[in-house]
Write a protein that binds this ligand. Sequence first.
Ligand code: GLU
Length: 467
Amino acid sequence: MTDRPVVTRFAPSPTGFLHIGSARTALFNWLFARHSGGKFLLRIEDTDRARSTPEATEAIFAGLKWLGLDWDGDAISQFDGAGRHAEVAHQMLENGKAFRCFSTQAEIESFRETARAEGKSTLYRSPWRDVPETDHPDAPFAIRVKAPREGKTVIQDHVQGDVTIRNDQLDDMIVLRSDGTPVYMLAVVVDDHDMGVTHIVRGDDHLNNAARQMLVYNAMGWDVPIWAHIPLIHGEDGKKLSKRHGSLGVEEWAAEGYPASGMRNYLARLGWGHGDDEFFTTEQAIDWFDLSGIKKSPARFDTKKLANLSGQHIACATDTEVLSGIQEYLTLSGQKSLTDSQVADMSRAMYCLKDRAKTYPELIEKAHFILTQRPLHRDEKTELLLDSVHIGMLRELTPQLQTGSWDRETLERNVQSLAEAHETKLGKLAGPIRAALAGRSVSPSIFDMMLVLGREETVQRLKDATA
Ligand code: GLU
C-alpha cells in the first residue's frame, strides 16, 4: 500500500460551516498529499439529506478556499454513489462474506429489550447467518457482513499505535438496509477504496468506526489504508472545543480578520510539530509535514497564539497579499471594499502598518490616519490631548514644518528641538501631534504619518487642530 502514490481525502459531512477541527483535518491531509506529491481529494458525505443542503456544502467549499486548501479533481458526492455501494453489498453476498437477514425491526428491538433487562450484551446475533438459501422466506431482507466470531481485530494506527478489538464484540453489521439503502460505514469504505485513498487522517472520534470498516475491507479483500486518528482539539480549559471557547467556524475567524496564512500555520501547530518551530510558512509546512510529527495528546486551542502567529504572517506578507487579504476580510464581514484611491494610499503607508497588527481590523485601525479626510473627527480621549499648552506648541511647530526638507531626520530634529525648548520630552509631544494627524490613539509613529501624508496635508491637519 505504501508504495502507491499517496492519495488523501477530506470527507466532511455538511453541517453548515467548516468547523475548526475539520479544517485542521483537511489541512493535515492536504499537507501530507502536497508533501508527498500525491493527491488530496474531497468527498462530501451528504447521505443525510436533511442536512446536506447546497448552502451547507458551499460553506465547506468556501472554508477550504479561504484556507487555500485546493483539492484535486471535482468534489465527490457520497450520496451519488449509493448504487455502487449497494453493488458491493451484493458482491459480498455472492462471495459468501455476507448474508441475508430477515429479522424484523420489531424482533431486533425485543431482543435488545430483553438483553437490557437481563443485563446481557445487546449485540444482536442474527439467526440467519448460517441458514441455507433454500430455507429463505420471500420477504424483505437486510444484508449483513459476517464478522469473525473469534480472535481479535488489530487496527494499526499511525498516531494511536495498535488498537485491538475483541472480535466477539463486533456484530454482523448491516451493510445494506432492507429498503436497499447502504449504511454509512459501507459507503465510506467503498468510496475510499474506489478513490484509491492510501492514507486516512481524521479525528479519533472515528477510531471505533475503523474496526467496523475493517470488516468491509476484509470481506472484499481490499487493502486497508494507513490510518492516522488524530486527537480532537480541546479548549484552553482542556475540555472538548465548544462554542464557549470562541468561534468554531473557520469563516467566523475569517470575518474577524485573521489572515488565512496565520490560521494555516496555527492549525498545523495544533497537534503536529516540527521541532520547536512555531512560525512557519505554508511552503515550509509542506516541506516538513509527516505523519510522524502528529502528537498523541490533544492540542488546546489558544486564541492568543493564533493572534500572535497571525500578526507575524501579516508582517511577513507582501503588500499585495495584505491588501487582497484586507479586501477579502471586508467582503466576508459585510463591509465596503476599499476604493482604488484608498488602496493606493494604504500601499504607500503599508511599510508602517504591517508590523504589530495581529488582524486586518487592527491594521485598518492603524491606517485610519490615511483613510480618513479633513476635517478629522477626533475621539474624546484624543481631544483631551489637545489642551491649550500643547496647542501652543503645535502652533510653533507648524511654520517650522513649512520650510526645510521633508525627511525623517529633519522632522525628528524639528520636533526634538521644540520639545527641548519647552523642557519636555519628545514622547510627551507625540500624543498631541498624533491627535492632530490621526484623531485617535492608535497609529503609526508621528514621523511615519508625516512622511506618508506629505508636507501639505500634515501642515493642514496641524492648523485644523490648533485653529
Ligand atoms: N464525515 C465524517 C465527519 O465529517 C468523516 C468521515 C471520515 O473521515 O471517515 O466527521
